[in-house]
Design a protein around this ligand. Sequence first.
Ligand SMILES: *Cc1c(COP(=O)(O)O)cnc(C)c1O
Length: 406
Amino acid sequence: MALANHFYQNLAGSYLFSEIAKRVNKYSAENPDKKIIRLGIGDVTKPLPPSVIAALHKAVDEQATAEGFRGYGPEQGYDFLRETIVNDCFAQFGFEKDEIFVSDGAKSDIGNFQELFDISCKVAITDPVYPVYADSNVMAGRAAAQKDGLFQGIIYLSCTSENNFVPELPKERPDIIYLCYPNNPTGTVLTKEQLKIWVDYARANESIILFDSAYEAFIRTPGIPHSIYEIEGAKECAVEFRSYSKIAGFTGLRCGYVVIPRNLSLKTKNGGSAALRDLWLRRQTTKYNGTPYVVQRAAQAVHGEQGKKEVKELIDAYLLNAKHIREGFANMGLTVYGGVDAPYVWLKLPINDSWKFFDELLNQVNIVGTPGQGFGLCGEGYFRLTAFGSYENTLEAVERLKKFKF
Ligand SMILES: *Cc1c(COP(=O)(O)O)cnc(C)c1O
């Protein structure tokens, strides 16, 4: 037999969502009459906005004509979409369309991007965290198996109520720093001043920040940065990942993009340097054959006047759910974080056992959430609820909370 990539053996089991499913299935088998409300899901539930659907139909019809048919497209994405993205979001920071790379979503981009770095590079992630950042580096051999819940060799940046979920600068210098704001799972954001501390640190230490802004469109508080490039100097140290998934319902359609400043470089072994943009282009032209034309037309519609209006309504509806969830748990006397500029509400529990809270919530009021422990050691004692359910279910869940005793 051929030998398996042994770095994969260093991954921790994907225990969280299978364990949740196991407990929920057991409960519903024993209580078939009970209606379970799921506030644990990380997927959107509302249909695609009408202008996206119209763009899809039009692009599909084009495929039926000899003139309109498109085969392989440019690996980096069609000009029409990259121009639209730049004009709408990034021209204000001086970007041009050759610094934008369209993809099938932020998860693949973020998972793949670590390939551009040497195996010796040190990685820093927040704790709790979206698991892709750590796992993709473990698969590449950049970190070893977990000891006491921590991958060895990864620099963890604790985010708890004690530091108000603002990560402190690390003692040891990382080469790569993953930041995600608005944050999944905590739903918290960073101010410009707080983000600037990281940009300044990365510039001074020649680290690269990989900034995940998948939830930027949920920001409603004025002054909170939507893009890391709002911070002076970020073009010298940061790459930004964006996705249409959560903002416009593209979780099934699949489209995202990455912004790579032209002047951002890594050093090479022979003492030279390599532009990050060129390395990514090489990677994508070798391993990726482009996002479907019809999907890129759909993404373009999100940036249109009507598309923007529809997307705002979509997000407003999720944020209204978040507000009800926040208030429901706050009325129980729990401290709640997030849910204002993000679709996630992060509860601080009165006990340091998020699985016990999970069981109580399920058994007493038939509501499913996600134990914070599943997102990292610092997530223990916290609990994540998502605003992606329907309005009716969310209201019913909040009503049920009035009977919940903890
Ligand atoms: C959902 C999510 C993404 C988006 O992934 P896609 O592959 O674009 O669907 C990226 N980052 C975070 C933190 C997410 O929660």
